[in-house]
Write a protein that binds this ligand. Sequence first.
Ligand code: NCD
Length: 324
Amino acid sequence: MNTASLQLDTHGRLRHFLCIKGLNYQLLTEILDTAESFTGVTEQTVKKVPLLRGKTIVNLFFEASTRTRTTFELAAKRLSADVLNINITQSSAVKGETLLDTLRNLEAMHVDMFVVRHVDSGAAHFIAKHVAPHVSVINAGDGRHAHPTQALLDMFTIRRVKGPDFGRLRVAIVGDILHSRVARSQIYALNLLNTGDIRIVAPKTLVPAHAESLGAHVYHDLDAGIEGADVIIMLRLQRERMQGALLPSEHEYYELFGVTEEKLAAANPDVTIMHPGPINRGVEMDSEVADGPRSVILEQVTHGIAVRMAVMSMAMHHRKEVEE
Ligand code: NCD
């Protein structure tokens, strides 16, 4: 069974959430609408709804994370679930316990959902294939493959700023596309929402083979790539995933692809600036751009909570059927 079909139940609803591929426009829009309904919870004095009361969620992170892990944790708490954070460097994995043994032991503690981040592409899918029928798995980033909740919170942010008609939007994704699970998920999501023009802007060495087949136009020149752009999403240079010299130097990258106020003149005057974080100031972009009035980088972080609440509550829904 492939990743896409594994994540939906027989009624086409979320059972796991592993990748954007395989979702359809309706389901993606339903997640964004559900997230919209949760934004209010965060603004209440008592920031909680009882939807997942009595449920246990484990954040299983085999790779470093700040924003993603903490917003998943907050999202789970705002849904009234009990949350356990497992830092894998302190777990039995370092003592040689296999991933499946770790999983079985956690399942024995009656866990209802795993939120998984792993350096290997396909890790969340592997876990989803092996969990008990009532357990849901949410992918919080696997290798270079997918980071679907990040893509969703990015779509949510764009929809809030630009409105629901993606058909009239030109969106440029600038940076290290080759190593980016975020870029892959974003391109699938932008295509599902029928975005007018999706662009990838990067040096030749940082574009995956067959990038055009994903449904994006490839540019190797920043000015041309961001011309008339309504949204520019910058991505971090993933040094930790680079083998060999794919880049001359960070300084040279900044000269050619770093976004500055001056270079933004090529984009639409009301261009929206985004970045999933963590930002390398002076590499992907200048601080003036990152902190400027057109930047929604911190709004992206805030929206991550509502979007993750939506995905977790929708995936937990299938459990009712298993119990009935
Ligand atoms: C990204 C990730 O980990 O994939 N960050 C994130 O989740 N906010 C991107 C990155 O590490 O550059």
